[in-house]
Design a binder for this molecule. Sequence first.
Ligand code: NAP
Length: 257
Amino acid sequence: MADQATGTLERDASRRVALVTGGSRGIGRACARSLAREGFDIAIIYAGNREAAADCVQELSKLGATAKAYQCDVANSAQVNDTVKAIIADFGPVWALVNDAGINRDGLLARMKDEDFDAVIDVNLKGAFNMIRALSRNFVRLRGGRIISISSVVGLSGNAGQANYAASKAGLIGLTKAVAKELGHRGVTVNTVAPGFIKTDMTDKLPEKTVKAYQAQIPMNRLGSVDEVGDVVAFLVSDAASYITGEVIRVDGGLSM
Ligand code: NAP
């Protein structure tokens, strides 16, 4: 593909580049894996778990991708700007941005602390904004590209005990639609994926009884896998999805119908 200039990393310049925040673990890692299988080279951003990031880079390399991990707090706009500069210097232009990095600090409304509300909004929503803004010139220059943000069905339907998280995930949908309108004429598509209850390290720690109770509410009567989310993200990044923008694609086994 002729839209990629070479950066300083030794790699095949005909391969497109994807940047996945939160790409070292869970759903983000599955997105990185699916994109590597589709022939992308991958930059991942992680917060602090170096071991998981190194392990992920090794896994992506085995899939034939040139991959590199960057430690960066997506909530910190100065760090994001510096990291995006470093990634473009290393890889060349970025074709796809996947905003996956996310945290939760659950609690009932009356007891939710300011810092817990702010932290979740800062990472989940402002983090995605910081990334999109830092890469906006990159996309305008490419006259194409893909932006996918990982929301949640909780952003569509709300959830008791998750006022901060639900607000951040609903905010991502508004952010997506605004940016889709702003960058559509530049050939950039901007979409949101809203996973339901996905089997991750977090859900593995829940008591079996709790998981069964959640499962009973899902029409497909099972939890989703991270790869089932990653593959939908890879589809939205692909040329097959070139006329889909501003959408929210639910990957939830029918939970939020
Ligand atoms: P996870 O396993 O906890 O992984 C989170 C990833 O985000 C890690 O790579 C982590 O890096 C990174 N991260 C966290 N805070 C960051 C920050 N401030 N700056 C940069 N990177 C940061 O998460 P997950 O369960 O796969 O969830 C991934 C996304 O999907 C989240 O946005 C979540 O809200 C959403 N989601 C999950 C589910 C589910 O069932 N799991 C359902 C719906 C939506 P470190 O490892 O270095 O900390």
